[in-house]
Design a protein around this ligand. Structure first.
Ligand code: CP3
Length: 334
């Protein structure tokens, strides 16, 4: 069994390492492929290239797990809402059409995503058996934020729009939950052995709606994976002390810390779960000494617990690959 799976299933005190956005713009070998493939969604749907990109960080750093190269916004794409990645603008989605969304058929959804499943199958064959292949989805709330186009600033959303259409919003979330479970099941059948759920904008939900928009949808996904006996890690980013509430209610196998969470607080408040991540990705832009000092904090605090070494968010595009290599070497030696 891979160390990642072992940690998640048996909650044994062992360690494993991978990084969010480990396949991405900080790697010259990724930029090389990307420069020849302007359409990002098309690139995700090119199973040969997607598999090659997935394996790039494994070849370079010998990480313990690979995460399939795709995007959380591939789901709105498969639900026939156009998604465009323009340079320095963030993702741009076509205006949401409720009627169209509600009438999508499952076969066409799965058919559109088949190249991802092919990529998973190819990658699983090429990947060392001792390493996990992580499939993933965005949580319904985070997808909704992009699909309704309600984010207007880096960390602000137009919440009035949600409240005005609350009935519709609840139905969209339920429907997304169904599609996400289909996408998860297809990824598992294709060869993914761990699932991660990214709820990147969970921190923007007002407290009174936190249960409805974050905990319940994540709970449904976690239960689905438990039935399939596939371990699942949740990343409800930005929710501060609600991490405890989330963990007690959703009960995922693993929980990924964002970098604002105090690791000591996490250690005493998050129980019966494997903890992942936490390290600020910005630290990788500083000196080797600072990187190692910061990494030590996490490794020391979690030394007697099952811990998945990772970051508190994705690797930044300006990160030097060499620093990532040094961090991994430090982790292995420590
Ligand atoms: O290595 C991996 O982590 C696997 C692949 C992966 C990508 N996106 C590739 C990608 C994963 C797991 C994601 C998840 C994702 N996508 C999230 C959740 C994690 C998080 O960052 O909070 C979110 C919110 C998205 C949506 C998204 N996709 C954004 C906001 C962006 C950045 C837009 C920009 O131009 O900066 C993307 C694009 C994206 N997804 C890139 C990669 C490698 C960069 C695309 C490029 O080369 O231009």
């Amino acid at each position: 069994m891979s160390t990642l799976k072992e940690i998640l299933i048996s909650k044994k005190n062992c360690k494993s390492v991978w990084f969010m956005r480990q396949a991405g713009r900080y790697l010259p070998e990724f930029r090389e492929i990307r420069s020849k493939n302007q359409d990002f969604i098309k690139l995700c749907l090119n199973s040969e290239l997607s598999s090659e990109i997935t394996l790039q960080p494994i070849k370079r750093f010998n990480l313990d797990s690979a995460i399939i190269f795709s995007d959380i916004l591939i789901v709105p794409h498969a639900l026939e809402q156009k998604v465009d990645f323009k340079k320095n603008m963030g993702p741009q989605l076509e205006e949401f059409d409720y009627k169209k969304f509600m009438s999508i058929n499952v076969n066409s959804f799965t058919k559109k995503l088949n190249p991802i499943y092919d990529s998973i199958t190819k990658t699983r064959k090429r990947l060392d058996k001792k390493k996990s292949l992580i499939g993933f989805v965005g949580a319904p709330w985070t997808l909704l934020v992009y699909m309704l186009g309600i984010k207007f600033d880096k960390n602000k959303i137009n919440y009035k729009k949600i409240k005005e259409k609350e009935n519709e919003v609840n139905l969209i979330i339920d429907k997304l939950n169904e599609y996400l479970c289909i996408h998860i099941e297809n990824q598992i059948n294709a060869g993914a052995d761990v699932i991660q759920v990214f709820d990147s904008w969970a921190g923007l939900i007002p407290q009174k709606d936190f249960a409805n928009f974050c905990m319940k949808p994540n709970y449904k996904i976690v239960n689905f994976c438990k039935k399939k006996k596939i371990p699942i890690i949740c990343f409800p980013r930005g929710i501060n002390k609600n991490y405890k509430k989330f963990n007690d209610f959703v009960k995922p196998d693993g929980i990924s810390l964002d970098y604002s969470i105090d690791p000591l607080w996490a250690k005493s408040n998050l129980k019966n779960v494997a903890i992942q991540g936490g390290l600020n990705p910005k630290i990788l832009l500083s000196s080797e000494k600072d990187i190692i000092n910061e990494a030590k904090i996490y490794l020391d605090i979690f030394k007697d617990l099952p811990y998945i070494f990772n970051l508190g968010h994705g690797l930044l595009p300006e990160t030097q690959p060499d620093k990532v290599g040094k961090l991994i070497k430090f982790y292995r030696d420590y």
